[in-house]
Design a binder for this molecule. Sequence first.
Ligand code: SAH
Length: 340
Amino acid sequence: MKNIKDYNLDELKQELINLGEKPFRAEQIFKWIHQENVTSFDDMTNISIELRQKLKENYSLCIYNIIRKQKSKSDETKKYLFDVLDGNAIESVLMKYHHGYSVCVSTQIGCKMGCKFCASTGIQFIRNLSSGEIVEQILAIERDENIQVSNVVFMGIGEPLDNYDNVVNAIRIINNPKGINIGARHISVSTSGLVPQIYKLAEENIQCTLSISLHATTDEKRSSMMPINNKYNIEELLKSCKDYTDKTNRRISFEYALAKGNNDNLQDAKALANLLHGMLCHVNLIPINEIENGKYKQSSNESIIKFRDYLNSRGIVATIRRELGSDIDAACGQLRRKNL
Ligand code: SAH
């Protein structure tokens, strides 16, 4: 059965026309799904019983079961393990900030990128998530916690730009004012650096934030951490980033996970400042989260602060990402695909 959450509003109008219905019904149904967050077609009370019946026969509402929910003891982060209704499970994370709630969504069941420091690696890649399966992660959390989410980060399991069409459509769905209505500036997409897709995203006319997982300043080091660098090297990657900032006028966020003795000394900070000189950007330093059997160890607080201060002294805005939920393996790079 088709997942009704897969459709953006225009597509839903077309679906209704195909069912012989008036297109304005689409807006009502879209609101029931994404604003009222209903779990049954019967809750759509301004829709006739006949149409509800038609919807039931043709579509599923894709309501996730929560297999497990963990709550961090050190902060208010919560991690969900969802049954995506086909025998697979994925993780999503809810974080509370002073400005509201942020959800970190997964985009694929597994990941093909093979980054050496990430727990999502090393587990078999199964498939892409559909747009609706991405959106439902947010809706399921809103239902469970009775909250409204204000920020969404595409930083869970998977490489968002390796599932390009579904991710872009999911952004259009959650960004729609008649739906969850998350402003594009409150949406971040993180990529390990799929260069052709970065050029493509620049053309989409979506004002979301692009985050680039950079993590190293030489091709040798970056390739040792991230195999994707063998395909698209740093120079090509930064060229596509420049194109993105030129076309969108949006500042890029570079993620840099600091691992002791690997990429965290002052020489690395200098090289990073040189590399990013003149770019419209911001650097997000992440104390690397250690994973099971991983070889990378977290840098000391002192080196992280020195690294940040050096970048700032060179005019590059750098902040240290607060580690949330590491006690429940909900922090960056700690999410995994689980078997049911
Ligand atoms: N595949 C995308 C989305 C993942 S986002 C990407 O690579 O960007 C998750 C962020 O956490 C990325 O910047 C990723 O490189 C980073 N990350 C992965 N493993 C990590 C770890 N062990 N510690 C800190 N950050 C990590």
